[in-house]
Design a binder for this molecule. Structure first.
Ligand code: GLN
Length: 482
């Protein structure tokens, strides 16, 4: 049996029956990494020895009847901006290429406490800025469905690792779509939880009011399980919320009966790839057949989403990235005085996209422009959030596209603005702090995955997961098979 092709849930059942050990599972993934990753490029660091050691301990615990959780012994991959103690945490940048994390991110401690081995750290756009992983300063990651296409980004390494069966599931971060867009390009389920649902301690900050850790999995059931493990308050992250975590698994079979679904339609669908448009309409019919009430609504202020996001995100990034000054973290390039040392370190350490964002953000925050740009963007952001909250008085979830098209080719978006526009359907959930899930529903004419996005009101992950599970049935009925 090819263990590495199974979803996490099936691995869990096998390990529980005693038919396989954690060591068998971890070895199967490490073999697959050796066989595939030279070609795919998903991992920056593979933690083979540590993962096998953790698997051995898990097997011992199981033999002695003292397992730590249901997931004891099931491994995971982690995006390279989420700290794993003692392991390189490069953020896809020369700036941090030699930096090792001094502590575990809260989510990583939770995985370890559950007994889960860490397979390695995955490639990403530098400091999570990008939509294709082409902005990684360290390596190229290819889409396992078509190696001439990008895997999406910025969590492209995590998506490619799961899609090529080099990890059963993976963590990513989503500031403007970086979990959902690569999930869409690689045919996976991608979950961005509500802002505040999952602790971000140990996630390297990009845009602090937007950043959220999310999960990339083969199925909604796996995604729900991983969210269950990671959701909850962390007293060391002041943005994490003290609020009860419901049972996510128990809503998965609830079906669509009585669910109020807002179909995000109208003008916003003009640029959609025809197959995505068609899937969206068919999905709405399917949900209606299953007893959902479908209402048509417009995407709140969709035409303002990209400029609002790119002002807020760059402003916060320029401030967050000020800490890379050659003194405290990572790279230092010496100069004749401190000023020159700063200049050289930052000039050589950051790649062009990161520099562009620091400059844009610094400009937007500078005296005389703050009111016109950052303040204005925050006001529009509030309007976008209010627009969504008003919709959620009428509907339980919104159904719409995640991306306008399937994966694009390397070098196909040389103009930064074109790259930014790929995020049009994903940034609204971050601006409004909402949970959103990408669900794959089929392949396009070129054999590339396409899918749809479900968005719910703050902390209503249960509604989003319940609907996502129905969409998964829809996908299976139309022949989707990962
Ligand atoms: N593609 C978006 C950006 O470049 C989102 C990135 C992210 O979610 N980290 O900012």
């Amino acid at each position: 049996m090819k263990l590495h092709t199974l979803e996490a849930w099936s691995l869990r059942d096998l390990i529980r029956d005693g038919s396989v050990t954690s060591t068998d599972i971890v070895e199967s993934f490490l073999d697959q990494i050796r066989a595939r990753d030279a070609e795919i490029g998903a991992y920056i660091t593979v933690c083979g020895e540590q993962a096998l050691e953790a698997a051995k301990h898990s097997d011992e615990r199981r033999r002695e009847g003292r397992t730590l959780s249901d997931w004891d012994g099931i491994p995971a991959a982690i995006k390279d901006n989420i700290s794993v103690k003692g392991v390189a945490n490069t953020c896809g940048s020369h700036m941090l290429a030699q930096y090792h994390a001094p502590y575990d991110a809260h989510v990583v401690s939770l995985l370890k406490q559950a007994g889960m081995p860490i397979l390695g750290k995955t490639n990403m756009d530098e400091f999570a800025m990008g939509s294709s992983t082409e902005f990684s300063a360290l390596k190229t990651t290819r889409n396992p469905w078509d190696r001439q296409k990008v895997p999406g980004g910025s969590s492209g390494g995590s998506a490619a690792a799961v899609a090529s069966h080099q990890a059963p599931w993976a963590l990513g971060s989503d500031t403007g779509g970086s979990v959902r867009e690569p999930a869409a390009f690689c045919g996976l389920v991608g979950i961005k939880p509500t802002y505040g649902r999952v602790s971000r301690r140990g996630l390297v900050a990009f845009a602090s009011s937007l950043d959220q850790i999310g999960m990339l999995t083969h199925s909604v059931r796996d995604g729900a399980a991983l969210l269950q493990l990671l959701a909850g308050h962390d007293e060391l992250d002041s943005t994490s919320v003290r609020r009860e975590v419901p049972s996510y698994e128990s809503v998965l079979g609830a079906g669509a009966s009585g669910l109020r679904v807002g179909l995000l339609g109208g003008a916003s669908q003009q640029g959609l790839q025809p197959e995505i448009h068609e899937a969206l309409e068919q999905a709405a019919c399917f949900l209606a057949d299953q007893g959902a009430e479908i209402q048509e609504h417009a995407f709140p202020l969709l035409d303002k989403a990209i400029e609002t996001y790119y002002l807020v995100a760059t402003a916060e990034a320029s401030s967050n990235l000020a800490r890379y000054d050659g003194v405290r973290y990572g790279l230092r390039v010496e100069g004749s005085d401190t000023g020159e040392m700063f200049r050289r370190t930052r000039s050589e350490g950051f790649g062009p996209e990161v520099k562009r964002r620091i400059m844009l953000g610094t400009y937007a925050l500078s005296a005389g422009y703050y009111e016109a740009y950052y303040r204005k963007a925050q006001q529009v952001r509030t309007m976008i959030r209010d627009g969504f909250l008003e919709l959620f008085e009428k509907v339980d979830v919104l159904l719409g596209p995640t991306t306008a098209a399937s994966a694009f080719g390397f070098g196909e978006k040389p103009d930064p603005l074109q790259m930014y526009l790929t995020d049009i359907y994903t940034v609204p959930a971050n601006l409004a702090g909402l949970p959103a899930i990408h669900v794959p529903v089929g392949l396009d004419h070129g054999g590339l995955p396409i899918g749809l996005q479900i968005t719910a009101s703050p902390f209503a992950e249960t509604n989003a997961l319940r609907s996502a599970a129905v969409l998964e049935t829809f996908a299976r009925n139309r022949g989707w098979n990962r």
